[in-house]
Write a protein that binds this ligand. Structure first.
Ligand code: SF4
Ligand code: SF4
Length: 330
């Protein structure tokens, strides 16, 4: 029996659903490519699901542990305020800046860093963002803590580790933005989980941080889906990284761990067309009530085999060898 058989959403969340489906807002079934609409984690008044978002956040704040990490002064903080941009621009090659920025990020709380050029599809509708570069930062979560998902008021560990690592990613992005401002270039940090102009996920894929998994989250070759993101946009000269195909897509095609583990059955085994692109897609309307009542759920990313420490590189090698064999025999 699948985990989702018998699951009933809490009425307080159902009551806050607007008439329009979250999947419609996300462009499910739309054949034309377009920019994403502002949605969950956007300001309440710039999206269709603001009341539902407020209900979910208020519910999470009933947990003292979650309140601690989502407060304005969480343990470790959220990073420094922006400094003034220096009037003197330090000159270096794009190659040297890329190497220096990556090293700075890795020395200042980031576990992964990738660079990509800004694309219109990375910017939510209704916003303008002209900075030519996006630097994506990722931080790894403690898998033992994440794997206690789903969280509850009695054991909020899996929810708290997500909130805690968002704060680390926030600090890392703000430190990096200030480092760039000091060199005389523009830079803006984009810490999560709240969003505004920048849609981080497609930029992270292009920057080689990971591939999209069936569970709708990124899979990184080393950390699986046990990561959180933040970003910095800037005009400092940089070189873009490449997207990496390390075989997680091939694995997802034959794996059903997340589809079976998801209590409300929100993960589909088939790709769907979303704003003109065929991709893995999670049913927002099914996911969000369970996400709400379990302090951010995370079962799908915790149970994903790529998230188990030490597993990803081995799986990647196996999948790429298998692909090679299949290509040679076809
Ligand atoms: S659990 Fe399996 S199907 Fe789901 S994202 Fe991970 S590898 Fe893909
Ligand atoms: S986060 Fe959403 S999609 Fe993932 S397991 Fe939980 S309910 Fe399902």
């Amino acid at each position: 029996m699948s985990a989702h058989e018998g699951y009933k959403p809490l009425q307080n969340f159902l009551d806050k659903f607007p008439k329009i489906s979250g999947n419609t807002v996300n462009g499910l079934g739309e054949k034309e490519e377009r920019r994403p609409s502002p949605f969950f984690w956007h300001p309440h008044d710039r999206q269709t699901h603001g009341e539902l978002q407020t209900e979910v956040i208020d519910y999470h704040r009933q947990s003292a542990e979650m309140r601690k990490y989502f407060s304005s002064t969480p343990p470790g903080g959220r990073g420094p305020k922006p400094i003034e941009q220096s009037g003197v621009q330090v000159e270096k090659s794009a190659n040297d800046w890329s190497a220096l920025i990556k090293q700075f990020a890795l020395d200042n709380e980031s576990d992964l860093v990738g660079i990509t050029s800004m694309q219109p599809m990375y910017v939510y509708e209704g916003y303008t963002l002209d900075d030519p570069w996006v630097i994506i930062i990722a931080v790894a979560m403690n898998h033992d803590e994440l794997n206690q998902a789903p969280a509850s008021f009695e054991n909020p560990t899996a929810g708290a580790v997500v909130a805690k690592e968002y704060n680390r990613a926030s600090r890392a992005s703000r430190e990096l933005a200030n480092f760039i401002l000091k060199q005389g270039y523009y830079a803006k940090a984009w810490p999560g989980p709240y969003a505004s102009a920048l849609s981080m996920m497609p930029a992270a894929i292009a920057a080689g941080i990971g591939q999209l998994g069936k569970h709708g989250s990124l899979i990184n070759k080393t950390y699986g889906s046990s990561i959180r993101l933040a970003a910095v946009t800037t005009n400092i000269p940089l070189i873009a990284d490449s997207q990496e195909d390390f075989g997680s897509e091939d694995f997802c095609l034959n794996c059903q761990i997340c589809t079976k583990a998801c209590p409300p059955g929100a993960i589909s085994n088939d790709k769907q067309t979303v704003r003109g692109v065929d991709k893995w897609y999670v049913d927002f309307d099914k996911c969000i009530p369970y996400f709400g009542e379990t302090l951010a759920c995370r079962i799908c990313i915790a149970r994903c085999p790529w998230s188990k420490p030490g597993t990803g590189p081995r799986l990647s090698e196996k999948m790429l060898k298998r692909r090679d064999r299949l290509t040679k025999t076809s």
